[in-house]
Design a protein around this ligand. Structure first.
Ligand SMILES: NC(=O)c1ccc[n+]([C@@H]2O[C@H](COP(=O)([O-])OP(=O)(O)OC[C@H]3O[C@@H](n4cnc5c(N)ncnc54)[C@H](OP(=O)(O)O)[C@@H]3O)[C@@H](O)[C@H]2O)c1
Length: 328
């Protein structure tokens, strides 16, 4: 890249974008250049608070900025596909919040388009970059739990009752599977690989028409299984565990404050602790910085083929349970 200091733009300065911007400040070689919102004043307030140089009251205007390298998209999921295309067409690299799209049919043409333009595209699966996850991966690769056979993960919380908000509103791609189930899916392929052979899902449709609770069962190539649960209306302890023939790895609080990981073999327990500055996007941002510096168009940690696999599982789950598989 011409300028080694990567110039970021934020599209959709809402809740999570604020956390992202706080983390961005702590990553060397990265600058928050611009913020774009459909509401100029919102972008202006955000830019003041987080120190962005440029403010735009329309997304397209920001994309005309020749200095901008990459756009972080942080809007509700139903807008992602259209906004990714808009950014790619303007020649910008893209990091898009999870879920990257709301169907495999939306994602596939974007993958082809990004590759054709030699542009970077990645789903913002930030949990993959927590240090504790890296340790878990090292332990798995070192054979510390033997052969990984079973994964379990649960990401369930009780959101306040706001039927018009993005979590419960079907028109904004609400629902548990898209919002938090995607993290558990990402954990299952992290633990067991991507040779997925089969999936089954049970989804509970709530009053607003979105899935408030969902459960997934996956079967992988050597008969390994994953059991995943997610909810936006029922709180449960968050867990992520990988069980192997010789031991288990457990990540307490795996999807938000993943600062701890434990290895259980026989009666022995080994714990690793990694304190870090919240909110925790710095690991993902530093990874994207390295990918851009190396001219990569995809992340080796969150490759698009894996994002596509998660989309296919969700497509199938929605179809099996009578949910629409294309957004209105
Ligand atoms: N990685 C994580 O830990 C994490 C956590 C939470 C959420 N997320 C993801 O981040 C994305 C955004 O979530 P959020 O909670 O930050 O969203 P949000 O605050 O509700 O909205 C973010 C921005 O999206 C646009 N937007 C919101 N509602 C809209 C509507 N009805 N019509 C058109 N535009 C709308 C607005 O952009 P303008 O300002 O341009 O109008 C808003 O500023 C989601 O895809 C979610 O899955 C990730």
């Amino acid at each position: 890249m011409a300028n080694p200091n990567i110039q970021w733009g934020i599209l959709g300065p809402g809740n999570i974008a604020a956390n992202f911007a706080r983390s961005l400040k702590n990553v060397s070689g990265c600058t928050l250049r611009a913020v774009a919102s459909s509401q100029y004043l919102r972008a202006h307030g955000f830019a003041n608070e987080h120190g962005a140089e440029k403010v735009y009251g329309a997304y397209r205007e920001m994309l005309d900025d020749p200095e901008l390298d990459i756009v972080y998209i942080a809007t509700p999921h139903c807008f992602h596909a259209e906004q990714i295309r808009m950014c790619l067409e303007a020649g910008k690299h893209v990091l898009c919040e999870k879920p990257i799209t709301t169907s495999a049919a939306e994602l596939e043409p974007l993958m082809t388009f990004a590759a054709g333009r030699n542009l970077f595209l990645m789903e913002g699966m930030w949990s993959r970059f927590f240090p504790s996850w890296h340790v878990a991966k090292e332990w798995i690769q070192a054979g510390k739990i033997g052969e990984p056979r079973m994964a379990e993960a649960s990401f369930c919380f009780r959101a306040p009752w706001k039927p018009e908000g993005r979590l419960l509103n079907p028109d904004l791609a609400g629902g548990a599977l898209w919002d938090v189930g995607i993290y558990t899916l990402a954990f299952s392929t992290f633990a067991l690989g991507t040779d997925l052979k089969d999936s089954r899902a049970f989804m509970h449709r709530g009053e607003t028409g979105v899935d408030e609770e969902s459960a997934l069962l996956l079967r992988f190539g050597k008969g390994e299984t994953a059991t995943l649960t997610c909810s936006i209306r029922t709180e449960t302890p968050h867990i992520a565990r990988i069980h192997g023939t010789e031991g288990s790895i457990q990540l307490p609080a795996p999807f938000r404050k993943a600062d701890r990981v434990t290895l259980h073999t026989g009666n022995a327990v080994e714990e690793s602790y990694y304190p870090y500055h919240p909110p925790g996007f710095q690991f993902e941002i530093a990874h994207v910085r390295e990918c851009l510096r190396q001219g990569k168009t995809e992340s080796p940690e969150v490759p698009l083929a894996e994002s596509l696999l998660w989309q296919r599982v969700i497509d199938r789950a929605r179809e099996e349970n009578g949910f629409a598989t294309t957004m209105p």
